[in-house]
Design a protein. Sequence first.
Length: 360
Amino acid sequence: MKESIAAKLEALCDRFDELSALLSDKRTLNETDSFKLLSKEYAELNPVVTLYQTYTKVLDEVKGLNSMLQDPDHGIRELAQEELRINNKSLRRLENDLQQSLLSKDPNDDKNVFLEIRAGAGGDEAAIFSGDLFRMYSKYSERQGWKVEIVSSHMGDHGGFKEVIARISGRDVYSKLKFESGAHRVQRVPETESQGRVHTSACTVAILAEPDQRDVIAISKSDLRIDTFRASGSGGQHVNKTDSAIRLTHIPTGFVVECQDERSQHKNRAKAMAVLQARLSSAQNDALVREEDEKRRILVGSGDRSERIRTYNFPQGRLTDHRINLTLYKLPEIVEGDLDEIVQELTNDFQASQLSKIAE
């Protein structure tokens, strides 16, 4: 373990002892607000300190066993070697667990998300690729046991989507999809290409954490323009007879959200407001992150969603994630929703970056 990380853990142990003393003090017990704050900090540190105490105990045992390797008795040396093998394995596991415990948890990790996919450069082929990406994320969600609900969609002229927004709900959705924001590029021969030439198209993907009640941003009525219109597309005769579709425009930011998938104007408005809240919350969080650290730069380069993060090369069956120089030759499986390896590699890389900051 690096000295800097060990020093941080020692400091946490000292703070834990300090908290223990404070919580035993009668004056603290009489101050309700202070007692609650200290108790919360104590509870958060308790598992980390307990883990570190176990680690130092095993470390001491390893030191003792190393000295036993010098014993003249062959039997004792063999016993020490076997115990060392077991303890060194435990030591590596404990060290990894300790490092993980030091990583700050993203408060959005447990939240549901709004997935937004928009066709970019490439015309009809970009819209078709948007549809492919939506299907890929839907398949992945199905594997995870998540629920996918389309909020708004604009179909492409020859298939796919010019834009699609969906709500994905379930366990740890944001934690697994948060690295998907950015520009996704596809290289393949379109069905309409008679010469067999490879075309390059692009789509942008945005993953927005769904705000909970504590995160809801107050929106003034004067800042909101609400337009109603008749829904188009499927839905039977009802959608063509009533102005059930909703378009919300947030004037200060220029954000526009449409929803027409529900027959009820009230339901469409509620869905549109939820997406708008997510966009505003994401914009606010991005601003804070830029001020506090470079986490978003690590995740998606500059944070600009027009920046290419991944290439899907169909002729070569290759996927390349440019942020972490990951190349996988299993594109058919990936577009069918097998994203586990990509998600894990991106998570590992981000955690390594966090740990390197702690080590500094």
